[in-house]
Each structure stands twice: as structure tokens, then as C-alpha cells.
Design a protein around this ligand. Structure first.
Ligand SMILES: [Zn+2]
Ligand SMILES: [Zn+2]
Length: 86
């Protein structure tokens, strides 16, 4: 079974978490357990100028606007490097 939070690592522990007023039992990996089941739920980042998400850019390797390079610079740099090597 995969961790309910990151959906990447195998679940090893259970975590009771109050969601919308009711207690929910999550199966989580050790990492997410230690973070209280919170930190790995990362809201998807969007370019505030064109609204393109990193996922969309990764899929097409086309940025929405010039500002995307600034917004996603940390994430895009390795991708752009990869593309330039091809
Ligand atoms: Zn996890
Ligand atoms: Zn943009």
C-alpha cells in the first residue's frame, strides 16, 4: 500500500488526522508521519502571469510566457539543461 500523503513511498504507519471536523486514518510512510502528514501535500504552483503549471511545462517543454522562467527557475533549470544537451 502506498502512502496516502505522498503516494510515492510504501505506507508503514497510521496517522489519525482531523479533516473537516472528522477523524480520518491515513496510511503514511515514515517521512510523512514525521511531518504530521502535512508538508508533502504541496499545492501545485502556477505561473501567476499565464497560469501554466509546472506539470504542463514539463509535459510540453514549452513555457507559457517569459515570466515562467523566473517563477519556475529552480525547477526548470535542470530540464532546460537536459534539453540543451540533446
Ligand atoms: Zn508519504
Ligand atoms: Zn508564465
Amino acid at each position: 500500500m502506498l502512502c496516502d500523503v505522498c503516494k510515492t513511498n510504501p505506507a508503514e504507519r497510521q496517522l489519525n488526522k482531523v479533516v473537516n471536523g472528522s477523524v480520518k486514518t491515513l496510511n503514511v510512510c515514515r517521512q510523512c508521519f514525521n511531518r504530521g502528514g502535512e508538508a508533502l501535500v504541496v499545492p501545485e504552483r502556477k505561473c501567476p502571469y499565464c497560469g501554466r503549471t509546472l506539470k504542463q511545462i514539463n509535459g510540453s517543454l514549452i513555457v507559457g510566457c517569459a515570466r515562467c522562467y523566473e517563477v519556475f527557475s529552480a525547477e526548470l533549470n535542470p530540464i532546460i539543461r537536459q534539453v540543451q544537451q540533446l
